[in-house]
Design a protein around this ligand. Structure first.
Ligand code: ATP
Ligand code: MG
Length: 560
């Protein structure tokens, strides 16, 4: 987001803005981010946020946050609060905060202007008949019998609609544009409908509400938005956006469309996400499997990684689907730099160091992050009884296995080289513990043995180990495009939910330092993955969410 307007990498929107400033059409840049408060923001919104706020930053302009609250049925203050928090967490601060509902009176007054100018009329044609009259793009539509009603009749009915005299669905106000246009958006679109619904901000003051198309451009104009950025599906609405502004002779905001962010293995529309929440298919909007900003945050994603994704996918008019693994690449890249390395054994097997005196503990100094010298180091207790991963021992190793097996030597990370001398089995033949001797001359950083061992494994001292809960996630959907596949197979998208998207591990043993972790702290559990401390954590039982594993499929595909 730091390149100059002239930079070779500027996207087409930056070029338009730079040109408008150069030509003197505008002397400053005003953008807005216009969420409808009917759900939490998702990662697609993050792309729009980066663009709207980023353009303002780049050109020394301003970006407003405007809640597009024209549909009282689905909207709620709790979504307003969540949206504000998520934008700030992403690292952006709006200049002014507005609500479309602040403009209801102005929008009404302008509608009256439109009626008086003969540009809008009241219609009571039933909805089905209205869409029949609109017809198909290839043939002119049919005019409503009310299209040429008198201004007096229209004004009278509009005032009575506002006064609450009529039931929902009886009358609408329509713009009188062009019933012959091949662009269906221009075939006398609805401007106002009757909704006897309580609005989360205006209460019961209004029972007629403006439609998106009538409200959006006029709101942009009121705020003197110079460049109104939206997604590609609004391209066909642009002529209408411009028509309203021309008829009302108000500030000429310009709408510019870009292609939305789509990701594999998720659904992204708020309507779909709401269903997942309402039907209990996930644990709320911030469930770590959700593609919401709140879910990604709880999963351990950083704002920097999300902004980085937005930057990498770029701004174009080409419809595309981004591989979820690109997002994982972005978070790994960031966490590699900032996450504290620690040791957690997920499937513990007891290791007894036979030549270590019982009851004594020594401290091993282990660096917190090899990528960041300033991260320092910590002291990790080492004692006679340790936990290692069950699969770091094999009674009968396969060729090339370089961890513990009878007689082999392995380094314990940051500690000593140990030799496996013996192991114990229970009545069922399961290995219950292994017995090893340590080489006192092999201490990490002070190794004088000259031994070259192939394997280095993580470990935890049993006496100091902390029991932790690990929440391991897999993708929420089993198919790349749950929405598309549901449509083509005439199924419900929820049928593609992965039944194994959450696995909870209660057996893990963690290094003592993790007992102090606070919600939001990020770690790399060595050889396992990146984890974040969850708000459900208690002192008795710290809880960690797996953010992403260590394996990087994206870079391996040669993409980076
Ligand atoms: P949804 O269909 O998920 O409910 P929406 O477009 O209805 O999304 P709004 O709250 O109206 O949600 O959107 C606010 C802004 O975010 C709009 O400018 C919209 O174009 C943009 N936006 C929404 N989804 C995406 C996406 N997937 N990629 C980029 N921008 C998006
Ligand atoms: Mg919307």
């Amino acid at each position: 987001m730091s390149h100059s307007p002239e930079s070779a990498t500027s996207n087409f929107i930056e070029e338009i803005v730079a040109e408008d400033l150069k030509s003197g059409k505008h002397t400053s840049v005003q953008t807005r981010f216009p969420p409808e408060p009917n759900g939490f923001l998702h990662i697609g919104h993050a792309k729009a946020i980066c663009l709207d706020f980023g353009l303002a930053q780049q050109f020394g302009g301003k970006c407003n946050l405007r809640f597009d609250d024209t549909n009282p049925v689905a909207e709620d203050t709790k979504y307003v609060d969540a949206i504000r928090a998520d934008i700030q967490w992403l690292g952006f601060q709006w200049d002014a905060e507005y609500y479309c509902s602040d403009y209801f009176q102005q929008l009404y007054d302008w509608a009256v202007v439109m009626i008086k100018a003969g540009n809008a009329y009241i219609d009571d044609t039933p909805q089905e008949e209205m869409s029949r009259q609109r017809g198909v793009p290839s043939r002119p539509g049919e005019e409503s019998p009310h299209r040429n009603s008198s201004v007096e009749r229209n004004l009278d009915l509009f005032a009575r609609m506002k006064a609450g005299e009529f039931q929902e669905g009886t009358y609408v106000l329509r713009a009188k544009v062009d019933m012959t246009s091949p662009n269906m958006q221009l075939r006398d679109p609805v401007m106002y409908r009757i909704l006897h619904k309580h609005h989360h901000r205006t209460g019961d003051q209004w029972c007629i509400y403006p439609t998106y198309d009538y409200a959006h451009g006029q709101s942009d104009s009121i705020e003197h938005v110079t460049h109104s950025i939206c997604t590609l599906e609004f391209e066909v609405h642009r002529p209408l956006y411009e028509w309203y502004i021309q008829q009302l002779e108000i500030f000429p905001s310009r709408q510019i469309e870009f292609s939305r962010l789509n990701l594999t293995y998720v659904v992204m529309s708020k309507r779909r996400l709401l269903r997942l929440v309402n039907e209990g298919l996930v644990n709320g909007w911030d469930d770590p499997r959700m593609p919401t900003i709140a879910g990604l945050r709880r999963r351990g994603y950083t704002a920097a990684a999300i902004r980085n994704l937005a930057e990498r996918v770029g701004v174009t008019k080409v419809k595309s689907v981004t591989d979820f693994s690109l997002l994982e690449f972005c978070i790994r890249e960031d966490l590699n730099k900032i996450a504290t390395r620690t040791m957690v054994v997920m499937d513990p097997l007891k290791l007894v160091v036979t030549n270590w005196p019982a009851g004594t503990t020594d401290l091993m100094e282990i660096e917190n992050n090899p990528e960041d010298a300033s991260a320092g180091s910590r002291m990790v207790p080492f004692s006679r009884e340790l936990w290692i991963e069950r699969d770091d021992f094999m009674e009968e190793p396969f060729k090339g296995y370089n961890r513990f097996a009878p007689g082999t030597e392995v380094r314990l990370k940051g500690a000593f080289i140990l030799k496996c001398e013996d192991f114990v089995k229970d009545a069922d033949g399961n290995v219950t513990e292994i017995h090893c001797s340590y080489d006192p001359d092999s201490r990490s950083g002070h190794d004088t043995t000259g031994k070259k061992v192939k394997g280095t494994i993580h470990w935890v001292s049993a006496a100091e180990a902390v029991d932790v809960e690990l929440r391991l996630y897999d993708r929420l959907f089993m198919v790349e495009d749950p929405d598309g596949q549901a449509t083509s197979e005439e199924k419900d998208f929820v049928e593609f939910i992965n039944p194994n998207s959450l696995h909870v591990n209660h057996a893990a043993k963690a290094e003592a330092s993790l007992g102090q972790a606070q919600a939001g702290d990020r770690f790399q559990f060595m050889r396992k993955g990146y984890f974040v401390c969850d708000p459900d954590s208690t002192v008795a039982k710290p809880v960690f969410n797996m953010t992403v594993n260590l394996k990087d499929t994206w870079a391996k595909q040669g993409n980076s």
